[in-house]
Design a protein around this ligand. Structure first.
Ligand code: C5P
Length: 227
């Protein structure tokens, strides 16, 4: 029988806009491994808290909501985006807004909430392997992962990438406001007392500024294949 600890994990951590989501998807497809988008889990909880009128500063109430929420991912099978379901409802689009990102970041700073979500994340570790995308995958959730990468990119470039994504979706945003949002979120994610955003001591740090996606995918795959 396969023990959980023997299932290989590649952790991909880094700030928002570092390209983690795109890179994680591509690397998971190339390796034929499962994928955990932990940001989507925090976003789904932030969304449920808002929708249910729960006070987002009431740590126990938010943690209860997090523990009870059934979050699943479904591949639409047509090459489209993975769908995110919370208690059966499709929240994929609702959790991708800037407001949902800010709500996720706020509830993610609560230790009780992070604790309530640990087992849900560990459950994604299934054969033949897992690519785990997030902030604390290599430091807190999968500290024993054999492969760890931390992706960075300049704040200006991350804002630019986000700007293009949102414009492509027809959303009315400005580059300056996105840069401001990203800087605020970075500061909050890096300074929180629980699971602050930082590379694991044994992570390979890759700066993706100015790098095309295929080049970054190749560098991440090299971390796995070199071992
Ligand atoms: O990666 P994404 O932008 O979807 O994550 C949304 C928010 O969820 C982040 O800004 C961060 O505050 C929080 N998060 C976290 N730990 C993770 C993943 C996301 O705190 N592992």
């Amino acid at each position: 029988m396969t023990t959980i600890g023997s299932v290989p994990v590649l952790t991909l951590d880094g700030p928002s806009g570092s390209g983690k989501g795109t890179i994680a998807r591509a690397v998971a497809d190339r390796l034929g491994w499962h994928m955990l988008d932990s940001g989507a889990i925090y976003r789904a909880v932030g969304h449920a808290v808002g929708a249910r009128g729960i006070d987002p500063t009431d740590a126990d109430a938010v943690a209860r909501c997090a523990a009870g929420l059934a979050i699943t991912f479904r591949d639409p099978g047509d090459g489209g985006d993975t769908r995110v379901l919370a208690d059966g409802a499709d929240v994929t689009d609702a959790i991708r807004t800037e407001a949902a990102g800010a709500a996720a970041s706020a509830i993610a700073a609560l230790p009780e909430v992070r604790k309530a979500l640990v087992d849900k994340q560990l459950a994604f570790r299934r054969p033949p392997g897992l690519v785990a995308d997030g902030r604390d995958m290599g430091t807190v959730i999968f500290p024993d992962a054999p492969f760890k990468v931390f992706l960075t990119a300049s704040a200006a470039e991350r804002a630019e990438r986000r700007y293009k994504q949102l414009k492509a979706k027809g959303l009315d945003v400005t580059l300056a406001s996105l840069l401001h949002e990203i800087e605020l979120r970075d500061a909050r994610d890096a300074s929180r007392t629980v699971a602050p955003l930082r590379p694991a001591a044994d992570a390979v740090v890759l700066d993706t500024t100015g790098q095309p996606i295929p080049a970054v995918v190749a560098r991440v795959l090299a971390v796995v294949h070199k071992a």
